[in-house]
Design a protein. Sequence first.
Length: 439
Amino acid sequence: MDRLKKKFEQKSSKLKKEVKALRKEHGAQVVADVNIAQIIGGMRGIKSMLWETSELDANKGITFRGKSIPELKKILPRKKDGGKEPLPEGLFWMMLVDELPKRADVDWLSKEWYKRSKLPQVTLDTMASLPTSTHPMTQFIIGINSMQSTSVFAKRYAEGMSKDDYWDATYEDSMNLIARLPRLAAYIYRKVYHKGVHIAPMANLDWAGNFAHMLGINNDEDFKSLMRLYLTIHADHEGGNASAHTAHLVNSTLADVYLSFGGAMASLAGPLHGLANQEVIKWIMEMTHKLKTTTPSDAQVKKYINDTLKAGKVIPGYGHAVLREPDPRFTAQRVFAEDYIKDDDYVKIVWQLFKVVPPILGALGKVKNPWPNVDAHSGAILVHYGLKEYTFYTVLFGVSRALGVLAASCWSRALGLPLERPKSVNSEWLKAQVKAKKR
């Protein structure tokens, strides 16, 4: 048993006993009320999931095992040569076992993922059969599902695996899938945008550094640093977001993580979720094209924003279902841009929008959160480093999101969480509740 798996077994066994006792002794205790607006409005804010790896606060933003993004940037291990950005391996370790990893732990995990990273032949054959016109997210989902034939969980379940071992098989599948995702994503990128000229990984690079290398668009160490930051800050956003919740639901049926994460990525591909990062830079590029400048004045930007709103469209990258303050992930990317590329025109437009958009949205009187979310900044930085093909951006998001989702899946199986099955009601029932209260 490897070092991380052993530590996870110890941690999860202890918490499993605590959760079991909590349910037995206090299961009937009421801890949250549900109202009609929440039932109709997509279950917003209903506390109904156990999710160990991260927590989202409307004002403070995301924390991973209680640590904010600025804190993580200070405490997580970095590249040995003094790189500024945290290594995603360290965040995965922390989410899985609730401990800050040592340098040796992160080095081990980098090597372990490299060892597990080879794509199955069935995946290579499947990807080669897809037309290059197929959207990268569709290819990504198909590629993930093609690996299901290698699932350790599916094989051991068919052989009669004990419930107590579900977590072990899920861990193995999660480690394999996380290891392979950068190679799958890079394969798609090179196939679609670079005539299928692929780049092999390097054994001496970390997980994110290798991903940047295999994309092959920029050998600058700064781009590798960007990938380390990007894959860290997009890793998790508690369990209620659409992609995480989808993975949790599918995995609760005991479908393996290839099927559940494939479902999560289908959810991420929607424009109200992960596809928004594509929409932001597309909107900015359309604005600069229409204004015929990449250095517009505030007045020009305000007019374009108002024209967008008058056309019945939203300002992409602004607003969030939970957050009521600027997204800390936006801020982390802004700090990166200030350190590395503060003179880039598109970056300056992003900062200009940060100044101009919130007052306009706030004045509408119906926008709960006029502040930028994570998607508002990422595209401008990626374009600077040469990754201009914005239809690929959600794949990047997906590679990162695997860290949190699959760590949480290991916990779900270790704790023996049951099949998710909420109770639905119809509109007649709702109307009856209103009438009953009036009486």
